[in-house]
Design a binder for this molecule. Sequence first.
Ligand SMILES: Cc1cc2nc3c(=O)[nH]c(=O)nc-3n(C[C@H](O)[C@H](O)[C@H](O)COP(=O)(O)OP(=O)(O)OC[C@H]3O[C@@H](n4cnc5c(N)ncnc54)[C@H](O)[C@@H]3O)c2cc1C
Length: 379
Amino acid sequence: MTANTWDLVVVGAGPAGSTAAIAALRADPDARVLLLDAAAFPRDKVCGDGVAPHALDVLADLGVDVAALVAGTEPITSLRMVSPGGVVAARTFARQAAVVPRVLLDERLVRAAVASGAVLRRRRVRTVVAAEDEVLVDGDIRARVVVGADGAESVVRRQCGARPAPAGTVAVALRGYAPADPWPAGEQLLTMTGADWPAYAWAFPVGDGTANVGYGQLVTGVVPTRARMTERLHHLLPDLAPLPLRGHRLPLSTGRPEVGHGRVLLTGDAASLVNPLTGEGIYYAVLSGGLAGAAALTPDPARAYRRALRERLGGHLRHTDLLARLTRRPWPLDLATAAAAADQDSFDRFVEIGLGAGKVNAHLLAALARATGRHRGRA
Ligand SMILES: Cc1cc2nc3c(=O)[nH]c(=O)nc-3n(C[C@H](O)[C@H](O)[C@H](O)COP(=O)(O)OP(=O)(O)OC[C@H]3O[C@@H](n4cnc5c(N)ncnc54)[C@H](O)[C@@H]3O)c2cc1C
């Protein structure tokens, strides 16, 4: 093996890429794993910084010290959700979540990848050419397998000929950091109105005196302007003072993700793995990254990865895809919020669908039917 020949090259060292490297080295501690990122760490990533407990579970199972990942932040114990029609569900989470600024989270994760034996280099990858028995990166790096973890604008995805995102599966969002005082500590706020639907604003307290605040909207036609999105954010969070905002795209998942072929595997945002109901992507990123990393060193990486991902997320992705279509109009969200407000079990199940790998089941359908009955009774 020459100096620039690797068992695995991971392009992108966000949550998906770092977790892929950690998982591959856990499967084979002697593997030669190269982690490439265009940015120098620590670096920011435009995000709501909400970290579901499910993401921490995946990382803990891979031996990552999750207490160190969330250090300096306060646990999130509850959620207040205001539906487009003004229905409020405010309840305690079954399990604590976290809000960890990505400038910290991603640096901590990439250091964990390096500590487990990955070599980190700064490079903006431009070409990925797959041959039968190896992949050539930028013409000078040879890999047995490449994991594409290079985010929403993935070069690896484009180079391996993946389909473009279907209409209605991209969202745009703006985010900033504000003083946390207007919102209760330890509570995540999601608030919506029917205007520019589907869309919501959030305030997620970090626990250091600041809150991550933002606004995200599904692109259903013309991409909304920054000015319009800023106006919507301030309408939905009236206590917010003007603040610098940064924007980013969210490639939302469909029921059938395209996750690579042969020796090139796609993970996280590069595979359009973002929950289409909530915009949550860190759990999918670490889950898909971990599965891709573990599959990378097997004889048939793409097959092993596809199978593992299908087992963990297949049914869930089909359900969220269906729910995303149903909530193209605001009123189903009013019913779902009413069902979550009425009983804790429904709330917990909706949280599993929005943040984890939950599915719609008979209990939720019955709760939605009851919420519909109550709504009709009032009408
Ligand atoms: C405004 C907003 C709010 C969000 N809020 C949440 C939230 O609260 N909770 C949640 O779970 N998810 C949230 N998401 C989604 C979440 O941010 C993403 O799903 C997550 O970052 C995906 O991780 P990743 O590792 O796939 O990609 P990224 O985190 O984007 O990492 C990709 C990495 O690849 C590198 N890179 C890119 N191109 C190249 C290249 N050509 N060569 C080398 N390196 C490259 C980048 O520098 C970067 O480090 C939000 C997204 C947005 C936009």
